[in-house]
Design a protein around this ligand. Sequence first.
Ligand SMILES: NC(=O)c1ccc[n+]([C@@H]2O[C@H](COP(=O)([O-])OP(=O)(O)OC[C@H]3O[C@@H](n4cnc5c(N)ncnc54)[C@H](OP(=O)(O)O)[C@@H]3O)[C@@H](O)[C@H]2O)c1
Length: 239
Amino acid sequence: MLKKKKEYVVGVVGATGAVGEEMVSVLEERNFPVAELRLFASERSEGKVMEFKGDPVTVHKLTEESFKGVDIALFSAGAERSKNFAPVAVREGTVVVDNSSAWRMDPEVPLVVPEVNPHDLEWHKGIIANPNCSTIQMVVVLKPIHDAARIRRVVVTTFQSVSGTGKKAMDELLKQTTALLNFKDIECNVYPHQIAFNVLPHIDKFMEGGYTKEELKMVNETKKIMGDDSIKVTATTVR
Ligand SMILES: NC(=O)c1ccc[n+]([C@@H]2O[C@H](COP(=O)([O-])OP(=O)(O)OC[C@H]3O[C@@H](n4cnc5c(N)ncnc54)[C@H](OP(=O)(O)O)[C@@H]3O)[C@@H](O)[C@H]2O)c1
């Protein structure tokens, strides 16, 4: 459990990424009581300098030693890093808020959207999972309807931004857009097909049964957050 303090030592894992950069700016925007901010990423970013409240903060390579003295760590560096490093952080007494898919469906880990199931925070054992971005927005709308009238079935289609795939995807969109507007050929590296001026009904990999992993996240995470396995969800997720 997090001890109440005036200010906290906060770590951001994946600080140089699309999500990590937003986390740093939201900490600043909300005036979160940060005693010290520690930024971590891969060795590619070692020594890079970011800014927090006008002060420079150096990015360090994530290691098993990174969490000493860190009260809260916000993880956003991919599921593999979360699987490997969140337990290390918890052993140091850090409370981890994980943005990846690594722990979301673990029965020992609460999956929390503050507007929907804040009570689930009470039983965390060091890791708190944050749902898929589409699930978050959907359950905020579903919760009051479910409370008032009980939802039996949800049919949802999402059209999701390229930024959800991370920085490299945003660069690919820009390059393809520039190329197409100049009548040049495009390269596809991040996505299997052209993404500029296009939509792809394919996010993450295809699973058994024909749904994508992203679609199944919306199905399973919704049930866990709403605390009701009987809600039927069918999702089509489009990039
Ligand atoms: N819950 C949500 O709403 C939501 C929404 C979008 C994304 N996400 C999740 O958030 C995570 C990051 O997404 P993103 O869009 O920000 O991706 P991104 O722009 O590609 O950034 C990835 C970040 O992870 C770091 N990283 C990569 N390999 C690492 C390693 N071996 N050790 C330490 N750090 C490493 C990168 O550091 P370098 O810059 O040094 O490479 C970078 O800071 C993903 O797990 C994604 O699924 C969650």
